[in-house]
Design a protein around this ligand. Sequence first.
Ligand code: AP5
Length: 210
Amino acid sequence: MKIILLGAPGAGKGTLAESLCRQLDIPTISTGNIIREALKSGTELGKMAKSYMDAGQLVPDEVVIGIIREKLADPVCEKGFILDGFPRTIAQAEALDKMGVEIDCVLSLEVDDDTIITRLSGRRVCIDCGAPYHVIYKKPKVENVCDNCSGTLVQRKDDHPDTIMERLKVYREQTEPLKDFYEKRGLLRTVAGQEKIEDTLRQALEVLVK
Ligand code: AP5
């Protein structure tokens, strides 16, 4: 199964992807995590992307398209994958078409702006593996320690209030038009982000088996 997760920043794409990839036994490709990893390792990609990310802007299309092309060529993606955070512009969606990728389903996570602000301001992520947590909704077993790899939990630089507002604006202008793009192809399915993470997962699975 080849799935795209669409949704505003903080809608819960990364959290849902983490559960879905376990349930469906397919890998997740998160462009945000790949770029953050490059930033941490100080690669050319990381250095180039830093100013865009910190300002809540999108990294140029050709850069992320290159990342995705390389990742999809990996044999682990043969039986399917979940794209978290790609495509984010019409140009990126068209590039996916040109790669010959046939998507089965586009899940759009719908969450209102107030909830997004609460989620992002309370989010903590593992500095080592990137797993997302929340100070209220998804607490780790041990405070500030990742359940998966024992890494330290930190707040993302782009989760500060001014940057959150900019990311939402960029989402509305550049990413939301993708809903129409995939609706016209009959691929768009909507999932209302729920108060509880398990409820969002259950709804997403119901939509996927339909
Ligand atoms: P990226 O990392 O993709 O950020 P984003 O899309 O802004 O999404 P987030 O990771 O902030 O949120 P999410 O929807 O995954 O929510 P999460 O599950 O963590 O991209 C970052 C940057 O990289 C971009 O700004 C851009 O610069 C660059 N970039 C990446 N891809 C690019 C592309 N294709 N093109 C160009 N540039 C690109 O959940 C949020 C919080 O809510 C968590 O704390 C979680 O625990 C909690 N939560 C989640 N679900 C629920 C629930 N159901 N109930 C209660 N709490 C919940």
